[in-house]
Design a protein around this ligand. Structure first.
Ligand code: FAD
Length: 448
């Protein structure tokens, strides 16, 4: 009998960053260490690279940059014990019981470690000469805040390279008119998400992962469904040893999981073609204002953003696009202030404030009209948010098992299930750290 363990990952293929990264992490670890269990990884995915983008998955719509929300300031008594996986599980259980919001895991020291681990992995991937370099752009990122930075408190982004707090005199009158009171600057990277997802997909296939297009409505059907699809391809059926659940927002409705803590946090963006923008910029405030500029290596720049809970509207709203462009141009006038000019009037001055307009200025409406040639697309995606925070946890699940030769259902069996979903607006920047923890839980489960 083969020692190979068959692991089925729900929710990866071209689309899900969590599933793809977890699949690669399992195979990489098994290939690297001979003492590790042998794994065959099958990814069951509703979408393939050739399928059009859809609102049904999130990863395609992300900006994305690595700017962690983790503060590491949480103070559960358990923190004193260790930072082990049990601690993490405890934290998740506790925050879920407390009914706290999805931002709570950002306070957890383990979330900070997850984000830092992911940053280090991505920074290495973005190294000049690395085959993944084309997926990333290393940038200087400026984060502006509409509040003062509290004195005597360590800033949560201080661990990024070249971190510094901006001097008050560097905040221009224009920034101050946008409510900016303070800011920091740091080095980080952005991820060209369509390119990166293709890279992950190819890396998965090279590492020996198998991808099958399909969907399950209930966890108990994973083995029957996989074998049905394998047989249709003329391939031998398998006995499933473990399931990894990376279904993102799908965890809300997936039978046997039906996690009612999961909800959509809708985000809308505009992509502009502006290869001259090579810096990242964000303005945020405590009361949810949030405007960002994320340049990609390709020359596209993602402008956002919005965060609306429980909004499932599947297509961009025109009034929101206008609002995003208005805020984006204010934060980043460099979009139009170039040579040759984007704006074709004799005077490129524009203003959001009617009283500042003179006969030679153009109105914002004109400006937006003239920016259309560099508009690539409007988009919206549903971040898989979760009350209680991200779920990286092991459980057990009863599934239907089939007789390989006859293909008939013969009995029920219990297999471990590892959940890795609910990453909200941080799915990229926490992906490798989260996957490493999911793999540890898988190894524990297989060994027990
Ligand atoms: C506008 C916007 C900006 C963002 N910016 C950033 C950023 O700057 N940095 C960052 O880190 N993150 C960012 N994010 C968040 C990030 O995109 C998500 O956290 C991440 O994509 C979630 O990935 P996932 O794999 O968990 O989910 P998904 O990408 O949704 O993948 C889930 C997969 O599961 C599949 N699936 C679901 N149910 C089933 C089923 N029953 N059977 C089979 N398959 C199933 C789906 O088809 C899909 O393929 C942003 C998101 C948005 C919308």
């Amino acid at each position: 009998m083969s020692n190979t363990k068959h692991v089925v990952i729900l929710g990866a293929a071209h689309t899900g960053v969590a599933g793809l990264t977890t699949a690669i992490s399992i195979l990489d670890k098994a290939n690297r260490s001979p003492s590790s269990a042998k794994y065959s990884v099958i990814v069951l995915a509703s979408q393939l690279p050739t399928d059009p983008k859809s609102i049904g998955y999130t990863s395609h719509w992300a900006g994305a940059h690595h700017v962690s929300h983790a503060t590491g300031t949480g103070n559960s008594p358990i923190i004193l014990v260790s930072s082990s996986i049990d601690f993490w599980r405890y934290w998740i259980a506790r925050t879920a019981v407390d009914g706290n919001s999805d931002s709570n895991s950002s306070e957890h020291p383990e979330q900070l470690a997850i984000d830092q681990e992911t940053f280090n992995t991505m920074w290495a991937l973005s190294e000049p000469g690395n085959e993944a370099e084309i997926c990333f752009l290393r940038i200087e990122q400026v984060e502006y805040y509409q509040e003062e930075i509290p004195e005597g408190k360590e800033h949560h982004l201080r661990w990024y390279p070249n971190f510094r707090i901006l001097l008050p005199e560097s905040l221009t009158p224009d920034l101050r008119s946008q409510g900016v009171r303070s800011g920091v600057s740091l080095s980080t990277l952005t991820i060209d998400t369509p390119v990166y997802l293709s890279y992950l997909f190819e890396r998965l296939e090279k590492a020996g992962g198998k991808v099958i297009k399909g969907h399950v409505d209930h966890i108990r059907d994973v083995e029957t469904q996989i074998n049905y699809l394998l047989q249709a391809q003329g391939t031998n059926s398998i006995y499933v040893d473990a399931i990894i659940n990376c279904t993102g927002l799908g965890a809300r409705t997936l039978g046997g999981v039906e996690d009612s803590n999961v909800y959509a946090l809708r985000g809308q963006t505009v992509v502009l073609r502006a290869p001259w923008i090579r810096f990242g910029r964000t303005i945020s405030s405590g009361d949810d204002l949030w405007t960002y500029i994320i340049p990609r290596r390709s020359g596209d720049v993602v402008v956002g953003g919005t965060k609306v809970a429980d909004d499932y509207h599947p297509s961009p709203r025109p009034e929101i696009t206008l609002d995003i462009l208005t805020r984006g141009l204010k934060l980043c006038p460099e979009f139009v202030e170039v040579d040759p000019p984007i704006v074709t009037t004799t005077n490129m001055r524009f203003s959001h404030d009617e009283s500042e307009l003179d006969s030679e200025s153009i109105t914002l409406d004109d400006l937006l009209e003239q920016i259309k040639p560099i508009m690539v697309e409007e988009g919206c995606g549903l971040r898989p948010a979760r009350r209680g925070g991200v779920r990286i946890e092991r459980g057990d699940v009863e599934i239907d098992s089939v007789d390989g030769s006859s293909g008939k259902k013969v009995h029920k069996k219990t297999v471990p299930i590892i959940h890795n979903y609910g990453h909200s607006g941080s799915g990229y920047q926490s992906s490798w750290g989260s996957s490493n923890r999911a793999v540890r839980l898988l190894e524990e489960a297989i060994a027990s």
